[in-house]
Design a protein around this ligand. Structure first.
Ligand SMILES: [Zn+2]
Ligand SMILES: [Zn+2]
Length: 106
């Protein structure tokens, strides 16, 4: 998959557009372009490991997660940390905490 830096389109294969590359009438070349806006400014897209949307490699933090997903995970990690810091009794508490945190959001 590819993602266009100009218009944000995501596509399987670029369009190849035949263009004359110099004044030589024989010198034609197929130039890869975004099928949507015909820009050459596209790059290979990578999938976010969490939401599965496509992003440029630069937009995936650590090459794995988009910014939105990372923020979500940060929230969860913070909750988990708060919980661990407040543990005083066994697994009943954990089950309660898990239920409160995850089931209420659904
Ligand atoms: Zn485009
Ligand atoms: Zn994501």
């Amino acid at each position: 998959m590819y993602i266009c830096g100009e218009c944000g389109a995501i596509f399987d294969e670029p369009d190849y557009i035949r263009e004359q590359i110099c004044s030589d009438p024989e010198a034609w070349e197929d130039i890869a372009r975004c099928p949507n806006c015909h820009s050459e400014g596209f790059e290979e897209a990578r999938e976010c490991a969490e939401c599965g949307d496509y992003f440029t490699e630069d937009d995936l933090i650590g090459g794995h997660l988009c910014e939105d997903c990372l923020h979500e995970l940060e929230k969860d990690a913070k909750l988990l940390k708060d919980y661990i810091l407040s543990i005083d009794e066994g697994m009943d508490d954990f089950a309660d905490w898990y239920f409160d945190t995850y089931k209420r959001r659904e």
